[in-house]
Ligand binder design. Structure first.
Ligand code: TRP
Ligand code: SF4
Length: 432
């Protein structure tokens, strides 16, 4: 038997390494040791990348304010992929984060043409009930985009900082794209930044757990966040420089006075920037200027952090898609039907039993193993055992499938019971 058996074999980070290099997503592995009680997705390398997540980990470890935020477009049934995002939100909530969940009805309406009423029904029926059933607590905030005046107002402000040409470049928008679709992109950026509004406690680290397909949104929003800043603080050789981007003469003057009040002596003011020669620590000035900016009526946004998880393979092989019922398992589907889908799923097994015994299976290409890894096993030891037994040919797919089918049936039955309890509790979430 080969010595290097990796129980997380279904992870082929190789496929994702492109994201690290090309887009500047950081590898999650490096940050994992700093997390006290990591979620299984973290330990199992299902969450593989991040942007700026260290800001959130630091806040979490120091018990300082931070938030978690993500959104769901109510355009179909919620499946196991949606459950992943929900679990990540709930995990951060349990670890002290203020939690925000957007039901993206403006996006569904403008992009998919779904009626407002249908958005409402699907939002509650599919997403909200499952979110609560999985453990989302009422201290968090679940809202429909169209019902949040704060989000809509912020979207308008952000739109003033965004250009059509960049949206066209990022999303492929053309002259034919409907304008509401573009607006919904601004609304999504507002979703992501609004946990930092004064009414929600002001600037703080915020993490957005998403699939890596959403990274374009994250990059745009991080850009917009910094464009909304009044000052850009940069460390130069031996001093710190503040560029007053859109600050205006009065604000630059006030900032220079503020810095002097804070004890800096060698503050030199130019027309559009300020140099502080007796400052070495840009971070400290950055914090100071953020507070100053907020006091002066600005946003002081921190760039939002993000977490990226791998996608599950569809049960039929290929991509998991909400439009292909056999490829996914919905959280609301009949447990018996789900079990049947599992029995039909593509495995990493060989053509014949004899071959399987001789060559061993390929758990890293097996949707059943993936189901176990992503959803159906809480035990690292068990996963390792399955992986090794499969590789060595001791395990046969029939046994594996039956086991997974049983577990999915149990999970869905229990989850659906929890959903009915959640239905009675909607008013606790302001959605009754
Ligand atoms: N666009 C996301 C989707 O298609 C949904 C969404 C809306 C979202 N607002 C968000 C995701 C904010 C993350 C953060 O599923
Ligand atoms: Fe997948 Fe199990 Fe078959 Fe291995 S034995 S290929 S893990 S179903």
């Amino acid at each position: 038997m080969a010595t290097k058996l990796d129980p997380w074999g279904a992870v082929s980070i190789d496929d994702y390494s492109k994201l690290f290099k090309e887009f500047g997503i950081s590898s999650f592995e490096e940050i994992l040791p700093q997390i006290d009680d990591p979620h299984p997705y973290m330990k199992r390398h299902i969450i593989f990348g991040h942007r700026d997540y260290q800001s959130v980990v630091q806040a979490m470890n120091e018990k300082k304010p931070f938030a978690v935020m993500s959104g769901f477009m109510p355009s179909g049934r919620v499946h196991l992929g949606g459950k992943m995002v929900m679990e990540e939100i709930i995990w951060h909530q349990k670890h002290g984060g203020d939690a925000f969940v957007a039901i993206a009805d403006m996006e569904a309406h403008s992009v998919r043409g779904i009626s407002w009423q249908r958005c409402r029904e699907m939002g509650i029926e599919e997403y909200v009930l499952s979110l609560i059933a999985l453990g989302f607590e009422p201290s968090g905030h679940i809202y429909f985009q169209s019902k949040s005046q704060a989000v809509r107002d912020l979207a308008f402000e952000l739109a003033a900082a965004a250009r059509f040409s960049e949206l066209a470049a990022i999303y492929g928008f053309s002259g034919e794209t409907n304008v509401a679709h573009m607006v919904s992109v601004m609304v999504q950026s507002a979703d992501i930044l609004h946990p930092q509004l004064a009414e929600n406690g002001g600037p703080k680290p915020v993490v957005i757990p998403v699939g890596s397909d959403q990274d374009a949104h994250i990059r745009l929003t991080r850009d917009l966040a910094s464009r909304m800043r009044k000052f850009l603080v940069e460390e130069r050789e031996g001093y710190v420089s503040l560029r007053g981007k859109a600050a205006g003469a009065d604000l630059i003057e006030a900032a220079a006075s503020h810095l002097k009040e804070m004890g800096y002596k060698k503050v030199k003011r130019y027309e559009e920037h300020i140099d502080v020669f007796d400052a070495k620590d840009a971070q400290k000035i950055e914090e100071m200027m953020r507070e100053f900016e907020v006091e002066a009526g600005g946003y002081g946004f921190m760039p939002p952090a993000s977490l990226y998880h791998r996608f599950m393979t569809g049960l039929t092989g290929g991509k998991m898609s909400s439009s292909k019922p056999d490829s996914h398992i919905a959280l609301t589907e009949d447990p018996e039907e789900a079990a049947k889908k599992v029995m039909r799923a593509v495995t990493g097994g060989r053509q014949s039993l004899a071959e399987q015994k001789k060559l061993g299976g390929e758990p890293d290409k097996c949707t059943i193993y993936e189901l176990m890894l992503f959803h159906l096993s809480e035990d690292e030891g068990e996963l390792k055992e399955i992986f090794e037994e499969c590789k060595s040919g001791e395990r046969i797919c029939g046994t594996c499938k039956k086991e997974a089918a049983e577990r999915i049936k149990l999970f869905l039955t229990e989850h659906q019971r929890e959903r009915e309890i959640a239905r009675e509790r909607l008013s606790e979430y302001g959605l009754g």
